[in-house]
Design a protein around this ligand. Structure first.
Ligand code: SF4
Length: 366
């Protein structure tokens, strides 16, 4: 089958099977002249980086309800945006989101540029996101290659070179198939095919619009593709999180430095996350070791946090700031800090757990 015929076949399938997404315009509406809002496409693409559609939906609704336009997002307070992003992970995205919104307002009059080349100059927009916005919002003939598309291309052409070495070859193959018309629908169609039919473990080739031309289906290799170079084992790091509550209910929190992991997010005071000796707690108190760890996996390491809790008097001074209970929203915490809170807050309120002095927790690394 020729490349043109492959894209037409897939677009026909998409017309009948497109997933409904809050940021999308249905293919029938698009044919009737309705265009997607570039602000919503950009926001969804940034949220979807490293994150599933299911995890993104609620965040997308919250963001667009609170900040319906790029201008309103650009005017938002940093802390409000970081708080609304909490739990979605990869927090550099939220910081870049604000930078990008402000650049669109300052440099482009509040209107997103309509070409891939111009989009890629904006903060936080890389080649993938620029191509996705250009194709989906403006129908520019830009090729969008994410993990779904790589998998579908590897199978359609029975490519056995492992990823990431195969990326260039798979991008070339994807580019050859990208049509000049209905480019945005086509980009979403390949993603939908990968997400719903050509799935990682059990592709349902029997209902696939590309089952006849698919080389991997014919060869019986579909479920084994794409090949991947085995990932290196990631290390485990250790740290301590100090959860302190004042008698008036306020929580001791700190805003993490802008640069670095969880930059700009709220968190509990704590140690560095490595295997070096632990620093002192943020204040003198009768510390309780919760006896359970908060565990979390980042891209490059696993983290195990010991949790120390304390209740203190209203006059206590400490590193960080006490946030009144009425202002504190656990949902503003990034996921690992939320895990600490979920484990700690019941205990800190009833004061359970073994007691440790400040000195006794200045101990050797595990
Ligand atoms: Fe994927 Fe099977 Fe379709 Fe090939 S036929 S593209 S392996 S679902």
């Amino acid at each position: 089958m020729r490349d043109d015929d492959l894209s037409v076949t897939l677009l026909d399938w998409y017309d009948a099977n497109a997933r409904v997404m809050p940021w999308r315009v249905a293919p029938s509406d698009r044919k009737a002249g309705q265009w997607p809002d570039p602000y919503r496409i950009w926001l969804s693409e940034v949220m979807l980086q490293q994150t599933t559609v299911a995890a993104v939906r609620d965040y997308f609704h919250s963001f667009t309800a609170r900040w319906p336009t790029v201008q309103e997002l650009a005017d938002a307070a940093d802390a409000d945006v970081m708080g609304e992003w909490a739990g979605l992970g990869y927090y550099a995205r939220a910081r870049n989101l604000l930078k990008c919104a402000r650049a669109v307002v300052a440099d482009h009059g509040g209107v997103f540029p309509d070409t891939r080349d111009a989009l890629i100059t904006l903060p936080g927009i890389g080649p993938y996101t620029a191509a996705a916005i250009a194709a989906i919002a403006f129908d520019e003939q830009a090729t969008v290659v994410d993990g779904n598309v790589e998998r579908v291309m590897a199978r359609l052409h029975d490519i056995h070179t492992p990823l990431p070495a195969a990326k260039g070859e798979l991008t070339t193959l994807a580019t050859a198939l990208t049509p000049a018309e209905r480019t945005g629908d086509y980009a979403q169609a390949v993603m939908d095919l990968g997400a719903t039919v050509c799935t990682p473990k059990s592709p349902t080739c029997g209902i696939c619009p590309w089952r006849d031309p698919c080389a991997a289906r014919v060869a019986g290799t579909a479920a084994d593709l794409p090949k991947k170079t085995p990932k290196k084992k990631i290390p485990t790091r250790y740290g301590v999180a100090y959860v302190v509550r004042r008698n008036d209910g306020a929580w001791l929190l700190e805003t993490r430095p802008d640069k670095g992991l969880l930059g700009g997010m709220l968190g509990w005071p704590g140690s560095d996350w490595n295997e070096a000796p632990q620093p002192a707690p943020p204040l003198d108190a009768d510390w309780h070791d919760l006896g359970v760890e908060a565990r979390h996996t980042f891209t490059h390491f696993h983290l195990r946090l010991q949790i120390m809790t304390a209740s203190v008097s209203d006059s206590t001074q400490a590193r960080g700031h006490f946030m009144p209970a009425t202002d504190f929203r656990p949902s503003d915490l990034p996921t690992v800090m939320r895990k600490v809170f979920d484990l700690a807050h019941a205990t800190i309120e009833c004061g359970a757990g073994p007691r440790y002095s400040k000195r006794s927790i200045d101990r050797s690394p595990r």
